[in-house]
Ligand binder design. Structure first.
Ligand code: CMC
Length: 392
């Protein structure tokens, strides 16, 4: 048994070695497989970044074509899986719909159950990358009561997703290139972030040798929480709340500083970044551009800018090294694109998927792999004797 160290939240405990993503939280550095996030954001695309994260190197032209083609060919959902969506209430939150449908993939592809079958892992990888956008679009269509569209595999991943989400059957859908590029960029920025809560969940579930679909479904549920991926929706709710109260940023910041229960500056702070989140820097630049091109003059942007300026010059936030994180501005972009607030975290999941897959595969290939099984420090009762019910 040996010495057990208590480390709630794993603040100082590394659970694995990893070659995938490097973060220097003090310097605000993020690299995927050694490539700075700024370069990937400017020069790459989401499919290429997915390949890079999963296979470790940038693809050659041929490798890229083969990979993109495989991901494109698996977009269709089994007809019975389509029917699955009928069982949910119309106003169902799309995150549990997403995780349920991903979990159900194990029932449609029972050949995926052996995580050591390399060909199967490849196939499951392609299936997931291809099908998650379709599942996400159907979760949206279900929530607004509109008919589902079959994927159009002549389109790229992001374009296909936008068409399935916002298009109508038998009506042409023009994909707005500004919107497609912005979403692709946001997916790149979300694609991996080393041992965050959902990725650690994927690794932990996978460490029991559960298959890829089961592990990713668990990761989606971990992402749902407001302190993790759910923060992007929570930021918008917060901005709307401040707007509804007359836009008084100061009084909101005071409530945060007074630690009113449940009142935090959502979209601020990070376990690892004690400096400006490099993703937030890129997103802030994009937000202005995109909001202008999509013709949105959202008053919430003004509130967000004021909040950021106010927080960055306030001792409470300075002392605690609290800076805007990836979620602070994304919601405004998603809103301008026409996504409802409760769908934002689904977009985070679509972006994070290649990172989850890369970590699951790395975990299984690790010769030092062991089932995840943290220890505890017991603080309960010492031994005592059972008391019959009539004597309690
Ligand atoms: N607003 C107000 N106070 C904060 C905030 C915030 N957003 N974040 C941290 N603090 C305070 C916290 O109360 C604590 O103060 P004190 O020392 O007086 O008790 C101090 O800063 C340290 O915070 P912590 O909670 O110990 O830090 P953590 O590493 O455990 O938590 C976090 C990190 C991201 C959960 C937290 O900063 C937070 O709740 N932020 C708001 C939610 C959010 O934006 N989440 C998205 C994270 S980035 C993308 C993702 O992972 O999905």
């Amino acid at each position: 048994t040996g010495l057990v160290t208590l480390d709630p939240g794993f603040v100082n405990t590394a659970a694995c070695e990893s070659d995938i993503t490097y973060i220097d939280g003090g310097a605000g550095i993020l690299r995927y497989r050694g490539y700075p996030i700024e370069e990937l954001a400017a020069k790459s695309n989401f499919v290429e970044v997915s390949y890079l994260l999963i296979y470790g190197e940038l693809p050659t032209a041929q490798q890229y074509e083969e990979f993109a083609d495989r991901v494109r060919r698996h977009t269709l959902l089994h007809e019975d899986l389509r029917k699955f969506f009928d069982g949910f209430p119309r106003d169902a939150h799309p995150m549990p719909v997403l995780s349920s449908a991903v979990s159900a993939l194990s029932t449609f592809y029972q050949d995926s159950l052996n995580p050591f079958d390399r060909n199967q892992v490849e196939l499951s990888t392609h299936r997931l990358l291809a099908k998650l956008p379709t599942i996400a679009a159907y979760a949206y269509k279900k929530s607004v009561g509109q008919p589902f569209l079959y994927p159009d595999n002549s389109l790229g991943l992001v374009e296909n997703f936008l068409r399935m989400t916002f298009g109508f059957p038998a009506e042409p859908y023009e994909v707005d290139p500004t919107m497609a590029r912005a979403l692709d960029l946001l997916f790149i920025l979300h694609a991996d972030h080393e041992q965050n809560c959902s990725t650690s969940t994927v690794r932990m579930v996978g460490s029991s040798e559960a298959n890829l679909f089961a592990s990713i479904s668990a990761g989606i549920n971990a992402l749902f929480g407001p302190l993790h991926g759910g923060a992007n929706s929570a930021v918008l709710d917060m901005l709307e709340g401040i707007h509804a109260d007359g836009g008084d940023v100061d009084s909101f910041v005071n409530r945060v500083k007074n630690k009113e229960p449940g009142v935090k500056l959502m979209g601020f702070g990070h376990r690892v970044y004690k400096n400006y989140d490099p993703r937030a820097r890129i997103i802030k630049k994009t937000a202005d551009e995109v909001l202008e091109k999509l013709g949105s003059d959202d008053p919430l942007l003004d509130i967000a800018l004021k909040l950021e300026e106010r927080a960055l010059s306030d001792d409470y936030f300075i002392e605690r090294n609290l800076y805007p994180n990836v979620d602070f501005y994304t919601g405004l972009i998603y809103k301008a694109m026409g996504f409802p607030t409760k769908f934002f975290t689904v977009l985070f999941a679509l972006g994070r998927l290649p990172g989850w897959i890369a970590h699951w595969r790395e975990m299984l290939d690790d010769p030092a792999r062991k089932i995840s099984r943290p220890r505890q420090v017991y603080t309960g009762q010492a031994q005592r004797s059972y008391v019959p019910m009539d004597q309690r």
